[in-house]
Design a protein around this ligand. Structure first.
Ligand code: HEM
Length: 137
């Protein structure tokens, strides 16, 4: 099975799972906000339900970037919104973002394995590299 297929199947499992009454995106943001005070501060005035659904949508741009090797308008817009002139999200925070995501996958996917974890890291890597690269461009 390719890493893309391993990722797709894991993504389906995590989307249909609930833990402690939370769905995957709720649990991810709880973890991410608790990870670092600087992160919680950035979301102090954010409607987190809207934020969760925006992240879910933007996941498709991340997958598409991995699969096609091309940045579509959606990922370009997201990178611009996060860059130094706008939200000013320091590139190092993307590493925290990824580690929180992987820990949430581990919590939600009953079939977690090294290959599943690697599949997530591979699929997310181009999008994260792109966002970091565009920080000061
Ligand atoms: C690849 C990783 C990430 C993706 C795909 C992503 C995606 C998004 C999307 C789709 C939005 C909504 C944009 C809009 O309003 O049009 C957003 C907003 C935001 N993101 Fe990210 N994000 C990522 C990483 C991060 C990181 C590492 C931080 C660090 C704290 C962060 C902080 C924020 C903040 C503060 C907002 C604005 C919230 C508001 O409107 O109040 N994001 N993100």
């Amino acid at each position: 099975m390719s890493f893309e297929q391993i990722f797709d199947e894991s993504y389906e499992r995590v989307l249909s799972a609930r833990r402690d009454g939370n769905d995957f995106f709720e649990a991810f943001y709880q973890r991410f906000l608790n990870d670092d005070r600087r992160i919680a501060q950035r979301f102090a005035y954010t409607d987190m339900a809207t934020q969760q659904s925006m992240l879910k949508k933007s996941f498709y741009s991340l997958f598409a970037f991995y699969a096609s090797g091309q940045a579509d308008d959606s990922i370009r817009r997201i990178a611009e919104r996060h860059n130094r002139d706008h939200l000013d999200i320091n590139p190092e925070l993307y590493d925290r973002w990824l580690e929180c995501l992987i820990r949430t996958v581990t919590q939600f996917d009953d079939e977690i394995s090294e290959d599943v974890e690697l599949a997530w890291r591979l699929v997310m890597a181009p999008g994260i590299t792109y966002m970091k690269f565009k920080y000061d461009k």
